[in-house]
Design a protein around this ligand. Structure first.
Ligand code: GLY
Ligand code: MN
Ligand code: MN
Length: 438
């Protein structure tokens, strides 16, 4: 029941925050919808992160209703069904929702329409995320309308609909020790996967062969799934930021960029490494790599309490810009080049994003219009890159088609940055010796 207590503690914290504005507030949070892949085949199911965070419940077609008044937890779930369970596996059912998941009461999902109005009335505020699932919106709106139209309850209909993210996403942004533990484990499996791919890569192999090695490591070490589609981009594909086809043959003398991570306990890792297919960086590849590495280390150094994501990005941009000036790909004053964003054709994305249950995790980056200060327990990526397109005519041909990104996951602590993904080879020497070890 240790797990159950964790989710109950989160619900308690959520209840407390809800009650502060309206002691009778109600929250309605639904599971992720099932997505059809083709014909009668579904995409692999993954629970919605908000729903999972508060319930620990992984089954689809489920709804969580939290009433601040009396801290009542109502769950709607798929009922037990011996015939369906033969096909799809066991269900917790209505009784299981109470006994194993801590609901105060539970009903079959088919009873949602008849029960929801009664659960929502009397609240001034309804916490519900409008627009995420249009067909579920319809159910909530119908329940609201039914309260408004019914004599005797119409005076008790919520006036305000508030995004539960205003509470929940702030909670999710600062990780507990247990959450950090999951993230360390995801990081450790991801480290092994990247090392295995570095060791295996050879000229003539296909990108998908490295993808297969990553997936094999993730699954063999117990991760249920990737945290996002793995990117294995060789040669010019490394300059396409969201390349996931992974179909190209990798050639001697090229770099390959792998951006891949897995989940543990629903928590993500997000790691990028770039390495030579043949194990040795060329002069130009190494020059670009060293600049990105310096930028990444400067970015990591900025992951400190009170600093901001903007500081992290600024540190990376300064290192990238001065590096590009040093090797002659940009010319002029570094300050001016930064002001005029001349680095952007080579480094066009941000440096940091929150990481947690979602790879691009929830939580605002700004507070009252200003970048929000980092606090202990937040986890951010640090991932600068330099991408020189194959058709970039502003640089000499030997630089073209080089793409490098280096990405780690970093926990903010009182004692400075804690790199959860440390140990994934990163210096030129570490990368080369890992690639050349078989
Ligand atoms: N893998 C997605 C990202 O780095 O943001
Ligand atoms: Mn990332
Ligand atoms: Mn990534």
């Amino acid at each position: 029941m240790a797990e159950g207590n964790l989710f109950a503690q989160r619900r308690d914290a959520f209840f407390q925050a809800m009650s502060a504005r309206d002691p009778k507030a109600v929250a309605v949070i639904s599971s992720a919808p099932v997505a059809i892949r083709n014909n009668d085949v579904e995409h692999d199911y993954r629970q919605d992160s908000d729903f999972y965070y508060l319930s620990g419940f992984e089954e689809p077609e489920s709804v969580l209703v939290l009433q601040a008044n009396g801290r009542k937890v109502t769950m709607f779930v798929r009922p037990r069904d011996a015939e369906r369970e033969v096909w799809d596996g066991a269900r917790a059912g209505v009784d299981g929702a109470v006994s194993a998941f801590g609901a105060s009461q539970a009903f079959a999902i088919g009873e949602l329409a008849s029960k929801l109005p009664g659960l929502m009335e009397h609240a001034e505020r309804l916490y519900y995320r409008v627009g995420r699932d249009r067909s579920f919106d319809e159910k909530v709106f119908s329940a609201l309308e039914s309260i408004r139209r019914t004599k005797g309850t119409r005076d008790n209909c919520p006036y305000e609909i508030v995004d539960p993210g205003s509470i929940l996403h702030e909670m999710r942004l600062r990780k507990s020790d247990g959450e950090i533990e999951c993230m360390r484990r995801a990081a450790s499996i991801t480290k092994e996967a990247h090392i295995a791919a570095m060791r295996a890569a050879k000229p003539g192999m296909f990108e998908y062969e490295l993808e297969a090695i990553l997936l094999e490591t993730f699954r063999k070490r117990g991760s249920p799934r990737v945290a996002y589609g793995s990117i294995v981009g060789s040669g010019p594909n490394a300059t396409t930021l969201h390349y996931t086809a992974n179909t190209r043959k990798m050639l001697d003398g090229e770099l390959v960029l792998i951006d891949a991570g897995c989940e543990v306990g629903f928590y993500a890792s997000d790691v990028t490494r770039t390495f030579p297919v043949n194990g040795r960086f060329s002069k130009e590849q190494r020059a670009i790599y060293e600049i990105v590495l310096a930028a990444q280390l400067a970015g990591i150094d900025a992951v400190r309490v009170g600093s901001t994501n903007e500081h992290i990005h600024r540190a990376a941009v300064e290192a990238v810009t001065s590096g590009l000036v040093r090797i002659g790909l940009l010319s002029g004053s570094v300050t001016e080049l930064i002001e005029k964003e001349k680095y952007k054709p080579f480094f066009m994305h941000g440096t940091a994003h929150w990481l947690g249950l979602d790879v691009h995790d929830v939580g605002r980056y700004k507070s009252a219009g200003a970048a929000r200060p980092l606090q202990p327990g937040m986890v951010t990526t640090v991932e600068p890159g330099i991408y020189i397109a194959e058709n970039c005519t502003t640089v000499a041909p030997e630089w073209r088609g080089i793409g490098v990104r280096i990405e780690d996951d970093v926990l903010v602590t009182e004692h400075g940055p804690d790199v959860l993904t440390r140990g994934v080879p990163k210096t030129v020497d570490e990368v080369e010796s890992t690639c050349l070890a078989s």
